[in-house]
Design a protein around this ligand. Sequence first.
Ligand code: 3PG
Ligand code: MG
Length: 366
Amino acid sequence: MATVPQLEDLPELDGKRVLLRADFNVPLEDGSITDDLRIRAALPTIQWLVDHGAHVTACTHLGRPKGEPNPKYSVDPVRKRLAELAPGVELLDNLRFDPGEESNDPAFVKRLVDGFDAYVNDAFGASHRAHASIVGPPRHLPSAAGRLLAKEVEVLLGLRDQPRRPFVAVLGGAKVSDKLGVIDALLDRVDALIVGGGMCFTFLAAQGHSIGDSLCERDQIESCKRLLAQSKPIHLPSDVTALGPGDEVRQAGVDLPDGWKGLDIGPGSAAEFTDVILDAGTVFWNGPMGVFEDDRFAAGTRTVAQAVVDTKAFTVVGGGDSAAALAHFGMTDGVDWISTGGGASLELLELGDLPGLQALRESVAR
Ligand code: 3PG
Ligand code: MG
């Protein structure tokens, strides 16, 4: 991949106005930020810009307000936190209050860049979206990647192109259909794949197991059969923790009667997965092994998280739910890199490029 322009490649910034696209799409509960990682992650870039005399105006999307203003998705809590962490940095309204953001409307891009002298993209988590604020400004302004974006790309392309072996990917989460592309791409590069979470049941069904009332994407069974037939090992659970009639919770094998729903991998599987993770040279983990928010179904994800912390491997955790799981177990400090992007990290691993990176490389002012 051709390199993207860095902050140092921008023209003199003293007294200039810089538009900073950040991904401040933070989790909120009753209007309070529950994890400000994405705001803190942009601070090195902001600091660099301020040190070079720039006036910084940040912009972000928050949630999915679908092109119209909605107080539920107000960026006020972000603005407040940003004012504490980076006084003097302004924040525009939620970009997605305007339909032009998601449709990449040229008129919206023009309004966005009006009055600015340079553009910096530090929104790694949104750089897989070809939205106006991501791909538009580089057509009008001298543009560069911020420090966070640059680091994310370095780490994830490093995994993709020169992982220390064995390279093990651990995937969980609900849906196979969301991850089929990345599973295909990863199987070309990893030495082993571990599958847990809701999506493992479609694989188990493809192997002919009766999975009771567990999550299953019937239309993905053929794809799972195809994946299982290729040569790289795919480790699936051999036992699960299941919820049955009358809210009974039980450890079971992977053949479940009707009325029973697997909601976590079982202790035997967690131990097997641990062995594979401890022997790895590189681990990429995306997606919890079960419904970890419920203590009854947290053990599988906790054990796998502990293995990711304990292994000597270089460990990378893809954003979203797996990062939230690590935080839930207080293990955030035990991994080498926590990506701020969920979908973006998967797409970068799959394709080796993102619309936001492409736009920076094609920027007018290079
Ligand atoms: C994320 O949280 O994954 C990013 O901010 C992108 O958000 P989106 O999935 O709503 O585009
Ligand atoms: Mg480690």
